[in-house]
Design a protein around this ligand. Structure first.
Ligand code: NAD
Length: 398
């Protein structure tokens, strides 16, 4: 099949198998160009492993630390006539490259929130891997079914303190307009917490501990975002922010549990804002990211998910001199985004930005490029006029 992008709002309904492979390879090449992470993890479980931050963490685990990995995700396989999702093709490429280096690379495609998938993960760990010494929780999902009650919950992206209006970017049209976001009801906040809070992370760790597949000294991390005041009404103080607060409560519980039982630890790692399938759906954020990219690139401090994850391993998790945690015990790799000089420039630009000066004041082209790259488009090494095999699949799942 010849595959081209089919963008509908903030999603692209097609993905290019060779393009996704090239995107994964770019990230592997970057990791290999960096000093290896010594004394890193040996067996890593990543929940939400096929895209964005989860895939980048999987790549650093394998290609910098030499770890075996089990990746859990929710993706769609391709057929002869329809493309699969990008995470499916990313994983196919990842597994191939990892296996070429003699690493175990297993994957599970299904609902990470279910008991069944946790059980399948434990079986794979028992049969094919050693005890897990790093568990990464990098899930981003709009819905969750409670595995005990069967009740379905949906998360919302709303404020918690009245309606709020601000500038936003229509990424289809390249137009800056205004958006008004309504206040979430208590029920909507509770549902968002149920989906994106830490309940499922706790269930994963509990299930793994009960099955005795966690190693002594195990670490577990979940990813979060804080961002500048500009985005607080929609993010930090919004319904999603409430879920991230709940994630921190879960982190403390898990840290106590792991310290007591396995000499282990749990952390929240705060990441920088970048273009992913999930972040592109959040109002206001794509405009903020476009400005942020322009400023960080000009200062030579722009990072992609792979740079962030490499830094997480090398400067925080697996070093004798870790960068200090913040006042709440969180690992901050959003430090460059949050630099005073960066944020001061963003505020200045934010006041002035409009459709007319978008390309001058923001890196909208960079935003679009990064968005397309998620789905395997715009990679310089790929011939997009050629036929590509849309049935490409991860070796461990065929
Ligand atoms: P993403 O959309 O790129 O990836 C989400 C992953 O979750 C995919 O692997 C997907 O398959 C998986 N997934 C979704 N639903 C699932 C389910 N039911 N079962 C199994 N897997 C499922 O997301 P991302 O932007 O990399 O976000 C990952 C984490 O990083 C989130 O916690 C997010 O809040 C955090 N984060 C993101 C940003 C950002 O700017 N993108 C910044 C800071 C923190």
């Amino acid at each position: 099949m010849i595959v081209s992008p089919n963008i509908r709002g903030f999603i692209c309904t097609t993905a290019h198998p060779d393009g996704c492979a090239a995107h994964v390879q770019q990230q592997i090449d970057y990791v290999k160009s960096q000093p290896k992470v010594e004394n890193g993890p040996k067996n890593v479980l990543i929940v939400g492993a096929s895209m964005g931050y989860g895939m980048a963490t999987r790549i650093v685990s394998a290609f910098s630390a030499g770890a075996n990995t089990l990746g859990v995700f929710f993706e769609k396989p391709g057929t002869e006539t329809r493309t699969g999702t990008a995470g499916w093709y990313n994983t196919a490429a990842f597994e191939k490259a990892a296996e070429a280096e003699g690493l175990v690379a297993k994957s599970l495609n299904g609902d990470a929130f279910s008991h069944e998938l946790k059980k399948q993960a434990i079986d794979i760990i028992t049969q094919d891997m050693g005890k897990i010494d790093l568990v990464i929780y990098s899930l981003a999902s709009p819905r969750r079914t409670d595995p005990d009650t069967g009740e379905a919950y949906r998360s919302v992206l709303k404020t918690t303190e009245g309606t709020y209006s601000n500038k936003t970017l229509n990424t289809d049209k390249g137009e800056v307009g205004e958006i008004t976001i309504g206040e979430a009801s208590q029920e909507e906040i509770d549902h968002t917490v149920k989906v994106m809070g830490g309940e499922d992370w706790e269930l994963w760790i509990k299930a793994l501990a009960e099955a005795d597949v966690l190693a002594q000294g195990v670490k577990t991390l979940a990813y979060s975002y804080i961002g500048p005041e500009l985005t607080w009404p929609i993010y930090r103080n919004g319904s999603i922010g409430r879920a991230k607060e709940a994630l921190e409560v879960s982190c403390n519980k898990l840290n106590n549990f792991l310290t007591e039982n396995l000499d282990g630890s749990a952390f929240i790692s705060v990441k920088k804002a970048l273009v992913t399938q999930s972040s592109s759906a959040i109002p206001v954020v794509p405009l903020y990211i476009s400005i942020l990219y322009k400023i960080m690139k000009a200062k030579g401090i722009h990072e992609k998910s792979i740079n962030q994850c490499q830094r997480l391993f090398a400067e925080h998790l697996y070093t004798d001199n870790p960068t200090p945690l913040d006042e709440k015990g969180r690992i901050r790799v959003d430090d460059w985004e949050m630099r005073e000089d960066v944020q001061a420039e963003i505020i200045e630009v934010w006041e002035k930005i409009s459709t007319e000066n978008l390309t001058e004041l923001a890196d909208f082209a960079g935003y679009q490029k990064a968005f397309l790259r998620i789905f395997g488009f715009g990679l310089p090494t790929v011939d997009y006029t050629a036929e590509t095999d849309t049935t490409t699949a991860p070796a461990s799942l065929v």
